[in-house]
Every structure is written in structure tokens, then in C-alpha cells.
Design a protein around this ligand. Structure first.
Ligand SMILES: CSCC[C@H](NC(C)=O)C(=O)N[C@@H](C)C(=O)N[C@@H](CO)C(=O)O
Length: 710
């Protein structure tokens, strides 16, 4: 490689994997305490572990680590009294130990287990203005109380029975089996969660004790019981999202119903005192998701995702409904963007909404009354985990882009502030790493067969030193979804690893991408091999014209739907020197019913569409070396896709295996990984094998494979 790049964390994979990763935020009800989750590599580099850090909301003091449990902590949330709740597994317990809720008192002192359930706890919902906490916990259908649940679980484990008798759909999710237990909501019972005061923290000036919280330590014996709010939930709360009202009186949750293998999602209201449940809103033509209750308790905002058909793409819109029930009303009716997250303003006058837009995912302010177009508050970056200060003057969020990983920012919500002056990075747990190149925004005009023109925008990551004299080889990266956008930092698809090795990486948002309006999604709907493919080729053609790009050394790569598209590319053009396809859809005649959400794909994929757009039909036309990658625990795109792709490549591609069995194609198989390669050691192998394969076929250079591959 001839490019000269200064040393960065991206040159060395061990350095890269050791970069800390900032996650979810929580803000105390008084707005004075901001907590961020952060994942860091463990000592033997085989696991990331999450801890909680306190971030100064004013940006003055450096971030301070709060928890140090051996198995990590997550899901931070504050109670009304200012206690910090989080979910963690107690260190020292056996490997089957389940996560429970811990409480770090506002007044300081040790953290202690607050509530546990035999099947563990997966979520915690403290009310913001009342002493009420609701938790989400997996529960066996045959259990009548905690004692019987423990007995049934013990019987299964002692007899080593893992069999599950299904009566409906779904049966798997992502990388695990569903059942026989399923989530239910429980109210936490017991004495009020008042702040504890201890002698040693009386001196603490900021109201927090400067202690290192180690969940292995036993705190006060303060465990609470639970009361089942949804004993008849069955599978209704699988994958559900829920929110509690500030006064703790009710919870609003997505409630799933199924007919055959089709699943629909409605909103229910559950009274916390009685468990009484009523349907809050249901729509025949839309699934209703992600409810949030207004601070005054009067309204519930949510996202409606219209039920797509083979002809019509889904549309995501923001709505509100009276919390007591009544007619729902669409917000920002003229807005041609898809809301991703909703956060209420404290005076209940409107919401902060994130939505993809032109390669960013900004925060918008949506008023309940008046404007039918929201106000875009931020310029660059993709925002998440938005929380608002109680006086409404500012908010906090995480922000990332392809130029920097997630960082904690403060957003001034004042009227009339210029968007580029609103946002200020705080002193979070991690700093921005230096990049080995630069990021450009590029636009390409494409003309469809009907004469209509469209702009396909992309990011182009360029290595330092790329020039006409020293042009960089090009990697086309294709995003998944397909309803998504290359607009946020990704640790799994990180272009800077390849840029540090001298490649330019093109990240286009073709038809079906989000952030460009409904029509842009519709262009590719039901026709994956058409506009999405031609958009990608047009974006590649355009950057290959640039003097600093070497159009004679190129490869295409993608994961998931991006892998589908990489397979399609391989069967439709010989222009690339190599194709890398990760967790890819290969044979659409089999894919749909085998995934964890068959009903989702069935809405778009008729047998004709599946056949028309299936890459496997073009295997004989593949004359490009392919690196196939798949994890066995991938239930989103099941391993059958990777296995069939590999078998058909070896037997029927335009570059079949020779009689002695040798082939230019490669299959990198991960028996223990899911749709994403998540353990540090396997992420390292992933990048190393990809790099070696590209070096051989794009650069014509032989590299050693990692020794750990044997
Ligand atoms: C309920 S199934 C949802 C499909 C889903 N869609 C999105 C927006 O991601 C999905 O998982 N699609 C995969 C085939 C896929 O392409 N996933 C990508 C992007 O999330 C991945 O990198 O995993």
C-alpha cells in the first residue's frame, strides 16, 4: 500500500477494538444528573462490558465512572426520588443467573438488588413523578406465582429439557428461541423508594456519594416483591415497547395479536393499581409502535407504520391520542420524513423527534398545534437517546456520524438559536478518535427508465494522500435494511479500518433508503434488483471518474439486505474484482418463511417478486471471487441462505470449484455468532479475513490469514 497515513486507532485492529463505545443516556427528574452507558473491552479482549458513567450536564467536570460490576450494567433509569436504577447480573452467581434491577440511592451509598424475578428482568420503567416502578420480566405460562415459576424452571433445567411446544407465531427472535416463557409487566411493590442518607455521604457536596459501585457487594436487604399486571399476556408483549405515565398511574404498551403467522401491533393502556387493560388505539391499516406518555398525562404519542403491500411501501408517521382514549390525530401531516424516536417536551406542548434526513438523523421539534412541518433543530449527525431537561431549555442526546462515534451532547432548545450553535459536546466517557482520512458528501443524478431524475447521495471516505498520482482502490459498501441510511457511526461496518489500509470507501443511499422522502422508498419497493441496483452502479460510476479513485481496483461489499445486493451485483456485473457478502439473502424462494419475522417480508414479497429478484437464479453468471460470511445463530437471515449460496457457488458459479476441490471463493463461518459478528475476537477475524481477501483480489497482494483460523 503506497498511501501514507498518520498512525490512528484504525491501523491496528486491537487498538480499534479497544475504543470505548458510548450508549444510552438517562437524566434525573431534577435535570441535575446525566448518566451514560459505556462499553469497554475486558482484560482478555473477548467481551465488551457496559458500565454507567456520570456526565456533567454543564460540560465542566470530566465523566465519572459509577459502576464496576464484573458482568456489567445497563438500562439506566432514574426514579422520581433520584435513585439510579439499572439492570445487572450479580457477580459471583452461576452462569445461569438472571439479570435483576439494582438501585443506587440518590443520597449515596452502595448499590443493592431491588427486584428480581426467576426469569430475569429485561426492562425497568420508573415513573418520573411518583414512587412507582414497573418492570418487564420473562415468565412461564404455566407458573401461577414466583414459587411455581422457580419450580418449573428448575424442572426444565434439572432434566435438561429445552423443548418448546408452540401454538403460534413467532418462534424465534434474532438469535434466540422464544418460549416457553414470554415477557409480562409487573408492578414493584413495597416501601417508598425514598433517598437513603448515610453518615459517610452527608458531606457529599453534589448530593452523590463518591463510591465505586460493585454489584458483587451486598447492599441493604431491600428487595421488593412484584405484582403481575399482565397475567394473560401470552405472546402479546414479545418485542413490545412500553412507557409509564409520570404519575405512575398507567402504562401504555404495544400489544401484539396474531392470526396465523401474521402479527399486528396495537396500543393498550394498563392501570398500574388494578392491572385493568383497555385498547387505547388500534388501526386496521397500520402497526402502532413506540408509545410515549406526555408529562401532563393527557396524551400518548406514537409511531404508526402502515401495513405495506406488494405494491405499496410502508409509511411511518407520528400520532397522538388522548391517554383516556378517543380519536387519534396525525402530527406534522405535511412532513415527508419517517419519525424514528419521540420524546415529549416537559410542558407537553410538543415533541422532539429524530428522523433520517439526507445522510443525517437530526432532531426536529414537532408542535402539537399549528405547524404541519416540524422545525429542524440540529445540523450534522445522527441523534439518539434524547432526554429533555425539566425546564425545557435544553436536551441531551447521543450524536454520531461516519466521522465520529457516539458522543454525549447538550442541545439548546431556545427559540431563534441558529441550528449550528445549538449543540455542544459534553465531556463524555470517550473522546473522538483521529481519522486516517476525510469524509465527503457526494451527489449523483440518476435518470430512471420513465425519464424521471433522482439524486443519489453518498458518503465517500478517502484515505490521506489519495491523489491523481496515487489513486485509491475503491470499495462499494451497501447498507442493509433495506429501509435505512448510512448516517451513523457503525462499529461493525467501519470504513476507517479500510481507509487506514489505503482504500476509499463509498457509502451510497440508493432507492429504498430513508431520509429522502416516501417516493424514494417507493422507487425500490418490490423491485430490489431494479432502482436500488442501478442507483448503486450510478454512484460507483460517478466516483470512479474522480482522479483520486482507481477504477481498475474495486470491490463491492454488503451485509444482510446489503449482502443480498452484493449477491445481485455478483450475478449482474463483472466490474468488481471481489465481492464480500455477509449474512446475505440468497434465494428469495426460501428466505421469507424461514426468518424470525416472516409476516414482515410476506407483505412485500409475492412468489413472482421473490423469483424475479432472487440472486440465486444468476449463480451461473458469477465470475467474481466471492467471500461468503454467515453466523449460525443468525435467525434474521437464517444460515440456510449462506449454506445454499456456498453450495451453489462451488457447483454452479461461473468460477466453479476445480476437480481437486480448489476454489477462489471463500466461506467464513461463525458457529456462535448471530446476524452481527459481535464478540471482539470474531470481529477481529472478520476484518482480517476481509482484508486478506481484498488484498488478494483487488490489490493482487498475498497476505497471511490470521493464525487463529488454524
Ligand atoms: C421485522 S424484520 C425487519 C427487517 C429489518 N429492517 C431493518 C430496518 O433493519 C432487517 O433486519 N433487515 C435485515 C435483512 C437487514 O438488512 N439488516 C441490516 C440493517 O439493520 C443489518 O445490518 O442487520
Amino acid at each position: 500500500m503506497t498511501h501514507t497515513t498518520s498512525q490512528t486507532r484504525f491501523d491496528d485492529l486491537d487498538d480499534y477494538l479497544a475504543l470505548p463505545r458510548t450508549g444510552a443516556l438517562a437524566l434525573s427528574p431534577d435535570g441535575r444528573r446525566l448518566v451514560a452507558a459505556q462499553s469497554a473491552l475486558n482484560a482478555d479482549a473477548t467481551r465488551w462490558s457496559t458500565s454507567l458513567w456520570e456526565v456533567d450536564p454543564d460540560g465542566e467536570a470530566p465523566a465519572r465512572r459509577l459502576t464496576r460490576g464484573a458482568k456489567g450494567e445497563g438500562g439506566p433509569a432514574f426514579t422520581a426520588a433520584g435513585d439510579l436504577l439499572f439492570v445487572a447480573t450479580r457477580a459471583g452467581e452461576d452462569d445461569d443467573a438472571k439479570p435483576c434491577v439494582w438501585r443506587l440511592p440518590a443520597g449515596g451509598g452502595e448499590a443493592h438488588a431491588l427486584v428480581r424475578r426467576p426469569g430475569g428482568i429485561s426492562g425497568v420503567l420508573p415513573a418520573r413523578a411518583a414512587d412507582t416502578v414497573v418492570v418487564v420480566a420473562d415468565t412461564l405460562p404455566g407458573a401461577t406465582d414466583e414459587a411455581s415459576e422457580r419450580r418449573l424452571r428448575k424442572a426444565r433445567s434439572k432434566n435438561k429439557v429445552s423443548a418448546i411446544l408452540h401454538t403460534g407465531y413467532p418462534v424465534r427472535y434474532w438469535d434466540h428461541d422464544l418460549g416457553p416463557d414470554a415477557p409480562r409487566l409487573f408492578a414493584v411493590e413495597g416501601a417508598p423508594l425514598a433517598p437513603e442518607k448515610t453518615d459517610e455521604n452527608d458531606d457529599a457536596e453534589d448530593g452523590t456519594a463518591d463510591v465505586e459501585v460493585t454489584p458483587a457487594d451486598q447492599g441493604p436487604d431491600d428487595e421488593r416483591g412484584t405484582r403481575d399486571l399482565t397475567p394473560d399476556a401470552g405472546k402479546a408483549l414479545l418485542g413490545s415497547s412500553s412507557a409509564i405515565s409520570d404519575d405512575g398511574a398507567f402504562v401504555v404498551a404495544t400489544w401484539h395479536t396474531s392470526a396465523g403467522s401474521a402479527i399486528r401491533s396495537h396500543l393498550v393502556r394498563i392501570d398500574v393499581a388494578t392491572g385493568e387493560r383497555s385498547v387505547l388505539v388500534t388501526e386496521e391499516d397500520a402497526d402502532l409502535e413506540d408509545p410515549v406518555v406526555s408529562p401532563d398525562g393527557a396524551s400518548v404519542a406514537y409511531v404508526a407504520s402502515s401495513i405495506s403491500s406488494p405494491e405499496e411501501a410502508p409509511r411511518r408517521t407520528a400520532w397522538i391520542v388522548p391517554a383516556a382514549g378517543g380519536a387519534a390525530r396525525r402530527l406534522a401531516e405535511a412532513w415527508d420524513r419517517w419519525p424514528a424516536s419521540l420524546t415529549w417536551l416537559p410542558d407537553s406542548s410538543g415533541l422532539l423527534v429524530t428522523a433520517d434526513e439526507q445522510g443525517h438523523s437530526p432532531i426536529f421539534r414537532v408542535a402539537l398545534e399549528g405547524a404541519d412541518q416540524p422545525e429542524r433543530l440540529t445540523t450534522d449527525g445522527a441523534y439518539g437517546s434524547v432526554v429533555v431537561a425539566p425546564d425545557g431549555t435544553h436536551a441531551f442526546a447521543t450524536r454520531s456520524s461516519y466521522a465520529y462515534p457516539a458522543e454525549v451532547v447538550r442541545i439548546d432548545l431556545g427559540d431563534g438559536v441558529a441550528p449550528d450553535e445549538r449543540v455542544r459536546a459534553l465531556r463524555g466517557p470517550a473522546e473522538r478518535p483521529a481519522l486516517p482520512g476525510r469524509l465527503e458528501d457526494v451527489a449523483t443524478t440518476v435518470t430512471d427508465a420513465d425519464g424521471s431524475t433522482h439524486t443519489v447521495r453518498s458518503y465517500l471516505a478517502l484515505p490521506e494522500g489519495a491523489s491523481e498520482e496515487n489513486p485509491a482502490p475503491l470499495l462499494l459498501w451497501i447498507h442493509g435494511g433495506p429501509l435505512g441510511s448510512w448516517n451513523a457511526w457503525s462499529w461493525r461496518w467501519n470504513p476507517w479500518i479500510m481507509v487506514a489500509r489505503g482504500y476509499a470507501v463509498l457509502l451510497p443511499d440508493p432507492a429504498l433508503s430513508t431520509g429522502y422522502g416516501q417516493e424514494f422508498v417507493q422507487r425500490g419497493w418490490g423491485a430490489w434488483g431494479d432502482a436500488p441496483y442501478t442507483d448503486l452502479m450510478a454512484a460507483t460510476d460517478a466516483v470512479e471518474q474522480r482522479p483520486e479513485i482507481d477504477e481498475t481496483r474495486t470491490a463491492a461489499m454488503g451485509g444482510s439486505f446489503g449482502g443480498y445486493m452484493a449477491n445481485w451485483v455478483a450475478g449482474h456485473t463483472d466490474r468488481f474484482d471481489a465481492v464480500v457478502t455477509h449474512a446475505s439473502l440468497w434465494a428469495l424462494d426460501q428466505f421469507g418463511p424461514t426468518t424470525d419475522a416472516a409476516y414482515y417480508w410476506a407483505r412485500e414479497m409475492t412468489p413472482e417478486m421473490g423469483l424475479e429478484n432472487s440472486p440465486h437464479r444468476f449463480v451461473g453468471d458469477i465470475r467474481t471471487p466471492m467471500l461468503v460470511i454467515h453466523g449460525d445463530k443468525d435467525y434474521r437471515v437464517p444460515i440456510g441462505e449462506g449454506l445454499r449460496l456456498w453450495t451453489e457457488l462451488l457447483s454452479s458459479s461461473g468460477l466453479p470449484a476445480a476437480e481437486d476441490g480448489s476454489t477462489v471463493h471463500r466461506f467464513l463461518y461463525f458457529p456462535d455468532e448471530n446476524h452481527w459478528i459481535l464478540t471482539p475476537q470474531h470481529a477481529k477475524v472478520w476484518y482480517e479475513v476481509v482484508e486478506t481477501f481484498l488484498a488478494e483480489h483487488v490489490l493482487g497482494e498475498a497476505r497471511d490469514l490470521p493464525e487463529v483460523l488454524g
